[in-house]
Design a protein around this ligand. Structure first.
Ligand code: NAI
Length: 338
């Protein structure tokens, strides 16, 4: 599918010509896990993104339906669907950005680490495909546990000889999105005017909001600090429990993933001053991977910012985060070396 390939190719050519006339830059983006709870709204939002010229939707189930549906939207990106492992290479060839929300989500009572056994293998297979078919692509990794799947992806790319640490980014944007929302609520501000750096990793105590560095500058009581830190760290669990067995955050995650992917694409285009938090290979701490603010450019995460001054509460949080993070990173590396 689509049933008439020639017709599709003609339509792609026509659309490409129109775009060339308009002088618009366009990037080729693949979503792996595109038929899932995150994948579908993410695909819809990427179809709307004016920086995307080609959108490849890959999954092991249901991509024909999702692709047919989304392809009817009258926006610029040309959409193509790919179903199952035999079509993975075609899905990936020529891509500039690959977004990965493939894998199982949490159910109530589960930690992100409980997903490791299934998702580690999925991420490994998909990254082997990326190393082979689009080794220069920027990768946005959403599949949990991000603290372990990013080290797994790094090992796959190292083994293939294609590893560029600047181009492998674990997506922690949802933690920032939640932090902006919850902090804005407490301050009585519009969340769009609030910027909260969230560093560390993407699970429980490894999610470390730096409330002392919130913009606009403000201060919190100890009670507010504890309430906000706890709510930001457990935002994912709040959604898992509310969905009561029907999965984890999908809609807010798709929003966050698009916000992050859009920043990556603006960086690739050469825009100046694009800065977001992400979980990347890092020298900010003694750990090999850490989430902090990064500047996104043509090469990916071109600059990784230091944490800046922390208060006592944050320093204690940082030690806790590093302890847990070290184990999760090692678990990912060990899995890849098996
Ligand atoms: P879902 O189960 O609704 O969708 C996952 C999709 O992945 C399904 O369509 C499934 O067919 C597909 N899939 C499974 N194996 C695959 C393979 N080998 N190749 C390609 N696709 C494959 O799950 P949902 O809710 O979309 O979550 C996806 C992942 O994102 C989970 O691991 C979840 O924990 C994670 N997540 C990450 C967040 C973050 O902040 N980084 C936030 C929320 C979820």
């Amino acid at each position: 599918y689509p049933p008439n390939l020639q017709m599709e190719e003609n339509s792609c050519l026509r659309q490409a010509k129109c775009r060339a006339k308009g002088g618009a830059a366009g990037f080729k983006v693949a979503i792996l896990g595109a038929a899932g709870g995150i994948g579908q709204p993410l695909a819809m939002l990427m179809k709307i993104n004016p920086l995307v010229s080609v959108l490849h939707l890959y999954d092991v189930v249901n991509t024909p339906g999702v692709t047919a549906d989304i392809s009817h939207m009258d926006t610029g990106a040309v959409v193509r669907g790919f179903l199952g492992q035999p079509q993975l290479e075609n899905a990936l060839t020529g891509m500039d950005l690959v977004i990965i929300p493939a894998g199982v989500p949490r159910k109530p009572g589960m930690t992100r680490d409980d997903l490791f056994n299934i998702n580690a293998g999925i991420v490994r297979t998909l990254c082997e495909g990326i190393a082979k078919c689009c080794p220069n692509a920027t990768v946005n990794l959403i599949s949990n546990p991000v603290n372990s799947t990013v080290p797994i992806a790094a090992e796959v790319f190292k083994k293939a000889g294609t590893y560029d640490p600047k181009k492998l980014l674990g997506v922690t944007m949802l933690d920032v999105v939640r932090a902006n929302t919850f902090v804005a609520e407490v301050l009585g501000l519009d969340p769009r005017d609030v910027d909260v750096p969230v560093v560390g990793g993407h699970a429980g105590v490894t999610i470390l909001p730096l409330l002392s560095q919130v913009k606009p500058p403000c201060s919190f009581t100890q009670e507010e600090t504890e309430y906000l830190t706890n709510r930001i760290q457990n935002g994912g669990t709040e959604v898992v429990e509310a969905k009561a067995g029907a999965g984890s955050a999908t809609l807010s995650m798709a929003y966050a993933a698009v916000k992050f992917a859009d920043a990556c694409l603006r960086g690739l285009r050469g825009d100046a001053g694009v800065v977001e938090c992400a979980f990347v290979a890092s020298q900010v701490t003694e750990l090999p991977f850490f989430a902090s603010k990064v500047r996104l450019g043509r090469q990916g995460a071109e600059e990784i910012f230091q944490l800046g001054p922390l208060n006592e509460y944050e320093r204690i949080g940082l030690e806790k985060a590093k302890k847990e993070l070290a184990g999760s990173i090692q678990k990912g590396i060990s899995f890849s070396k098996k």
